[in-house]
Design a protein around this ligand. Structure first.
Ligand SMILES: Nc1ncnc2c1ncn2[C@@H]1O[C@H](COP(=O)(O)OP(=O)(O)OP(=O)(O)O)[C@@H](O)[C@H]1O
Length: 572
């Protein structure tokens, strides 16, 4: 769960989301605040000292004072640089902690979402929320309170120092603040809309790259490289338009702020300069005020920057809220029912109804699979075989009816335990980046080397098992191994998982018959006596089975029981 509470205002939601992570690092936060305040104070002292340098040192002819003040400037300068460096490094550590913490929460949430979410959402959309949007919210959640604290402190120090020099000029400079606030409010919708366009285009561009990289071989084989380049150019065009809009918005908002600060300097020049010319004010005070007008604009501009950052963060927070609103379709029960040991692998479907939308894919599907049965599940393409498997692994819950393992309803079982006991090897097994060893350890982190080698051996990869093959890089790309080898690695993983129920989802379809039969032979050898469900379009390739069940019109229909390998039914 991403802890975003829809009833709070958006800024409060962003702050409340990051707060626990900031609280974890209370000492670092205190360090950053103290350091940045010291830095600001060090930056505000020089104008004050300048007034003394001009009026008392230069005009008053005190050479010693001039030299002392120069030494003080030097100390402030060096100290300022050191404090700023330290403050930035501390801030970097803090912001990384908050960013990573927020991102891990979003990632944890993503890991609970059903395959339907990934089927309907573009990869780049998810990526841009996980990356850019989380970063925007983190920046705001951390920058805003810091900038407010620092800005308030700097403005107070500046105000006190300026008032002690000239209350009239101080009033003139601060009279512009309401105008600056009004200018920010005026540019707000512009900033927000441009941030929305920017996030949208950045997500579209990421999606384009993610999808094209995944389909690179197909793009090459279809001679579509030129068309993809044209697609990329189109994205570049849209991205540039959004970028220009966003730059114009921040340049406009920032430019207005700078104009107003410039106006403050002009006012000091005009009023302070005239008063100094008339002998009503010292030259040193005018010089100090010119410096203060630009310095005092510093905290104000930082606050304006926070405001502009908030317009971007608001858009990002809304995008993360959309993601947070995606509910996991299944959850592990708080008090799961333990399975009796050893798990037998008896399956039961009881009038199961399930559909992705209004239309049912399974409608009254009923089936008893005694432990140890090898069952062939057949059915026309789109009949719902894979959907049924997804229900058995509890990627979804049925809308009606029940599914049971060893007599216990699947939704009462611990989800991890269920998925340990019901393992699927499908047609295109996913291999993780890294070596064969990494792939096997992905499902069995505690398995020792002899266990890995034995699993490879049993899966028919004896050559790999005996030739230092565990170190062989598999790579994220499927191209590194043949399909038969990838399937055998997946089978070795299943062997290591040691489930009570093994499901082969069209695992061997498309392979040469001898290869398919060899893989099924390995399965039958290793998993003899365990429950096996073999989904197939070609019964000849799956060896002898105890039962054949066809999924037709949402129901499960028993076919002629057989122990022969003959292709009784061939549905393509
Ligand atoms: N994520 C999804 N969202 C919406 N509809 C889906 C989704 N996955 C599958 N379907 C639909 O559900 C129906 C059953 O699909 P399923 O993949 O279970 O069939 P199948 O029997 O395994 O087909 P095949 O033999 O071609 O693999 C199909 O009409 C399919 O379009």
């Amino acid at each position: 769960m991403i802890p975003l509470n829809g009833n709070r205002s958006l800024p409060r939601q962003a702050l409340a989301w990051a707060f626990p992570l900031v609280r974890d690092r209370a000492r670092t936060v205190a360090g950053v605040v103290v350091l940045s305040c010291i830095g600001s104070a060090a930056a505000l002292l020089p104008p004050y000292l300048t007034q003394r340098l001009v009026d008392e040192g230069i005009v008053g002819g005190k050479v010693g004072l001039v030299l002392w003040l120069c030494a003080a400037f030097l100390v402030l300068m060096v100290g300022g640089v050191l404090v700023e460096t330290l403050s930035r490094l501390t801030y970097l550590k803090l912001s990384a902690h908050v960013l990573f913490g927020l991102r891990e929460q979003v990632w944890r949430h993503l890991q609970t979402l059903a395959p339907t979410y990934y089927a309907r959402t573009r990869g780049g959309e998810i990526l841009s929320r996980l990356d850019g949007d989380v970063a925007e919210v983190q920046r705001f959640a951390l920058d805003a309170p810091m900038a407010l604290l620092n800005g308030a402190f700097s403005l107070t120090v500046a105000l006190v120092l300026m008032l002690s020099l000239s209350p009239l000029l101080t009033a003139l400079v601060f009279a512009l603040v309401p105008l600056q606030v009004a200018a920010l409010m005026f540019t707000r919708p512009w900033l927000e809309k441009s941030a929305q366009a920017m996030r949208k285009e950045s997500a579209a561009m990421s999606s384009f790259f993610v999808e094209s990289l995944r389909a690179m071989k197909f793009i090459q084989a279809s001679n579509a490289a030129r068309r993809q380049e044209a697609g990329l150019r189109a994205h570049h065009g849209d991205y540039f338009a959004a970028l220009r809009r966003s730059q114009l918005a921040s340049l406009g908002a920032g430019g207005l702020q700078r104009l107003l600060s410039g106006l403050g300097v002009l006012l000091v020049f005009a009023v302070g300069g005239s008063m100094a010319a008339a002998g009503e004010l010292s030259v040193g005070v005018v010089v100090a005020f010119i410096a203060y007008t630009t310095r005092a604009a510093g905290p104000l501009q930082t606050l304006a920057g926070v405001f502009m950052g908030w317009q971007r963060a608001k858009v990002s927070l809304q995008r993360i809220r959309e993601l947070a609103a995606e509910q996991p379709t299944v959850q592990s029960p708080t008090h799961p029912v333990p399975l009796a040991q050893p798990v037998r692998g008896e399956l039961r479907l009881d009038a199961v109804r399930f559909g992705y939308g209004a239309e049912a894919v399974l409608d009254g599907a009923t089936l008893d699979v005694p432990a140890g049965t090898k069952l062939a599940l057949v059915g026309a393409s789109g009949a719902g075989k894979s959907t049924l498997i997804d229900l058995l692994q509890r990627h979804y819950d049925p809308q009606a009816g029940r599914l049971l393992l060893d007599g216990v309803r699947l939704d009462l079982l611990d989800l991890a335990e269920l998925r340990r006991q019901v393992v699927v090897v499908d047609q295109e097994p996913v291999l993780t980046p890294g070596s064969v060893r990494d792939n096997l350890r992905f499902v069995a982190p505690d398995a020792d080397e002899p266990m890995l080698l034995r699993a490879l051996d049993l899966a028919g990869l004896a050559k790999l098992a005996h030739a230092g093959g565990l170190d062989r890089p598999v790579g994220a790309s499927a191209a590194a191994l043949s399909r038969g080898e990838r399937l055998r690695i997946a089978l070795a993983r299943a062997i290591l998982q040691d489930p009570a129920v093994l499901i082969l989802d069209e695992t061997t379809s498309g392979l040469d018959l001898p290869v398919a039969q060899a893989i099924i032979g390995a399965v039958d050898h290793v998993f003899a006596g365990r429950t096996r469900i073999v989904i197939t379009h070609n019964l000849a390739s799956v060896g002898a089975v105890d039962r054949i069940v066809e999924l037709r019109d949402g129901r499960l229909v028993e076919h002629v029981p057989t122990r022969s390998a003959a292709p009784l039914l061939r549905i393509v």
